[in-house]
Design a protein around this ligand. Structure first.
Ligand code: IPM
Ligand code: MN
Length: 356
């Protein structure tokens, strides 16, 4: 038996609803395997701004730092998106959290479910067998470089800066992951244009001799954007900078048929964080229609990576596979008259775990 301390940050929009289902599933797992979970709830995003004026309050940071893992919903609220003059924004909370917790590597998988191939916007024969993972750098690059405006706000700039140290620690995560998978690593950059990309390439080339069993390739980000649509099943692990990773992982996420299916892990120097890759989907908030599977699969990643409990993790994934095979699907994947609600899907998976 293990006692697991999990910080739960439901956030905004559909965040609280999908988190509730993931918590249900984790509770089923702890019942089945005799673990004890201590859930510690904390505010983040617009919910935290409304309550405290700060999108990532210090109290939330303390709860995260003292946890074994963090389960995160989503953040963002249209009332801030449509106000370019807003001084505080929910997204700042996420960026601050990544920085303060040192969450430097964002592991975002894309895989397909055989029974959902027809739901993909891409033809079936192109996506069969797709199983790739982006390892996106998350605490550096243009997101965090020097930025500002000049000439009375008529000129603005953002700087993309990377150190060799940052590239090495990120690439290590990618190489080690490739070693456990299909032993292929693709470095995605714009080394034909950007100085920082040339440092990425040089640094990763320098690491190749320590990973002789890994087949390393180098591709430009624009070409990867194209090949992700043409033949996503040729990739295994892709390592890339913050902004390229942001854009390409959204593109990759729809290959499975819905953004509501894909989980993610942000690995840090302290506590790691697990979250669905989709956003807060404010139009669906409170309607009990969102797909909870991405969050439930994020919990599966948490059991595997943070708690080293593989059997528990596999059981969550198995229950999710059964749920999808039996067409227990939410609105994003089913005709609305046949769709199941967020809570029905969470309950189905939780009960399935108890009967497996
Ligand atoms: C993501 C999101 C964030 C990002 C936003 C909300 C700041 O799009 O997690 O991919 O750009 O990193
Ligand atoms: Mn994004």
């Amino acid at each position: 038996m293990k006692c697991l301390r999990i910080a739960v940050l439901p956030g905004d929009g559909i965040g609280p609803e999908i988190i509730k289902e993931a918590v249900k599933v984790c509770d089923s797992i702890s019942k089945k395997f005799g673990h004890e979970i201590k859930w510690n709830y904390a505010l983040v995003g617009a919910a935290a701004i409304d309550a405290t004026g700060n999108p990532y309050p210090n109290e939330t940071h303390k709860i995260c730092e003292n946890a074994d893992a963090i389960l995160f919903g989503a953040l963002g609220d249209p009332k801030y998106d449509n106000d370019p003059t807003a001084k505080v924004r929910p997204e700042q909370g996420l960026l601050e959290m990544r920085k303060k917790l040192g969450l430097y590597a964002n592991n975002r998988p894309t895989f397909v479910f055989p029974s959902l191939l027809e739901k993909s916007p891409i033809k079936r024969d192109r996506i069969i067998g797709t199983d790739l993972v982006f390892v996106r750098e998350l605490t550096g690059g243009i997101y965090f470089g020097e930025k500002g405006t000049k000439e009375n706000g008529k000129v603005a700039y953002d700087t993309c800066l990377y150190s060799e140290k940052e590239i090495i620690r990120l690439a290590k995560v990618g190489f080690d992951l490739a070693r456990k998978r299909n032993k292929k690593l693709c470095c995605v950059d714009k080394a034909n244009v950007l100085e920082s990309s040339r440092l990425w390439r040089k640094t990763i080339q320098g690491m190749e001799s320590s990973y002789k069993d890994i087949e390393v390739s180098y591709e430009f980000a624009d070409a990867v954007a194209m090949r992700l649509i043409q033949s996503p099943n040729m990739y295994d692990v892709l390592v890339t900078a913050n902004l390229f990773g942001d854009i390409l992982t959204d593109e990759a996420s729809v290959i499975s048929g819905s953004m509501g299916l894909m989980p993610s892990a942000s690995i840090g120097s302290k506590t790691s964080l697990y979250e669905p890759i989709h956003g807060s989907y404010p139009q669906a908030a409170g309607k009990n229609i969102a797909n909870p599977i991405a969050t439930i699969l994020s919990a599966a990643m948490m059991f595997e990576q943070s708690f080293k409990l593989s059997e528990e993790s596999q059981m969550i994934r198995k229950a999710v596979d059964l749920c999808i095979n039996e067409s227990i699907l939410s609105e994003d994947l089913a005709l609305s008259k046949n769709a199941y609600s967020t809570s029905e899907i969470g309950s189905w998976i939780s009960e399935k775990i108890l009967s497996l």
